[in-house]
Write a protein that binds this ligand. Structure first.
Ligand code: DX5
Ligand code: ZN
Length: 221
């Protein structure tokens, strides 16, 4: 099975010692760090914004994976780029073609990678026309808003569809999956061709975080 990257979601970390907690998953072998930004409109929860990311992302020094679950991503995107984002992922449900062009231009101008995400009930084919222009597709395998939910298996069909399409059309975006990822669900995603596993509660609640990350990376090898 091909190599996979692991991006721990800090939503499940201890916010009272956020920097130390993020550092601990870096030491445990994390490849990226996943920052879940929620506005209480696009999803039923509020998490944190650019200042929190700014205060730790550069200090931690890992690839900064920003997942914007917000109604108006373009209004705030420069704040997240300024905070140190390496990749900004916005939801397809929040943009139209014109906004996508604008999103692309801002990211390219700032040398930031471009990601598009879809919720569990959004048809994966709606991504087709954007695929040649983006770096990452983020498939939500839970309803966005909260950590600790159960993995939705309809995401496996989407991962498989995207993997086949990129092989057929020679595209090079990465496929990332987010929600309910643990040692049982990670191999299912990997079999379908996923490249990046986001995982919050499984990693942050593990007694041994290094072991947890290794399990996500090693299964099936
Ligand atoms: C959900 C977030 C996820 C979440 C994952 O809206 O996008 O990144 O934190 O948490 P777990 O791995 O616990 O499902
Ligand atoms: Zn996320």
């Amino acid at each position: 099975m091909k190599k996979v990257l692991v991006s721990p979601s800090i939503l499940s970390s201890d916010f009272s010692s956020l920097y130390e907690d993020v550092l601990s998953v870096k030491m445990a072998g994390a490849d990226w760090i996943h920052y879940d930004v929620m506005d209480g409109h696009f999803v039923n929860n509020i998490s944190f914004g650019a200042p929190i990311i700014k205060s730790i992302a550069k200090r931690v020094g890992l690839f900064c994976d920003v997942h914007l679950m917000i109604e108006e991503p373009l209004k705030y995107i420069n704040d997240f780029i300024d905070a140190g984002a390496s990749l900004v992922t916005v939801h397809l449900e929040t943009i139209d073609d014109k906004k996508f062009e604008e999103f692309l231009n801002i990211c390219h101008k700032n040398n930031v990678k471009v990601g598009l995400s879809i919720k569990p009930n959004t048809d994966v084919k709606k991504l087709d026309k954007y695929l040649k222009n983006i770096d990452v597709v983020l498939i939500m395998s839970v309803e966005p808003g909260f950590g600790g939910q159960e993995f939705l298996t309809n995401s496996l069909v989407k991962i498989e569809y995207l993997d086949k399409l990129r092989n057929k059309e020679n595209l090079d975006f990465l496929i990332e999956v987010d929600g309910g990822i643990n040692d049982k669900t990670a191999p299912l995603c990997r079999e379908k061709g996923v490249d990046v596993l986001v995982s919050g509660s499984y990693i942050f609640k593990a007694k041994n975080r290094e072991e947890a990350i290794n399990k996500l990376k090693e299964v099936g090898e």
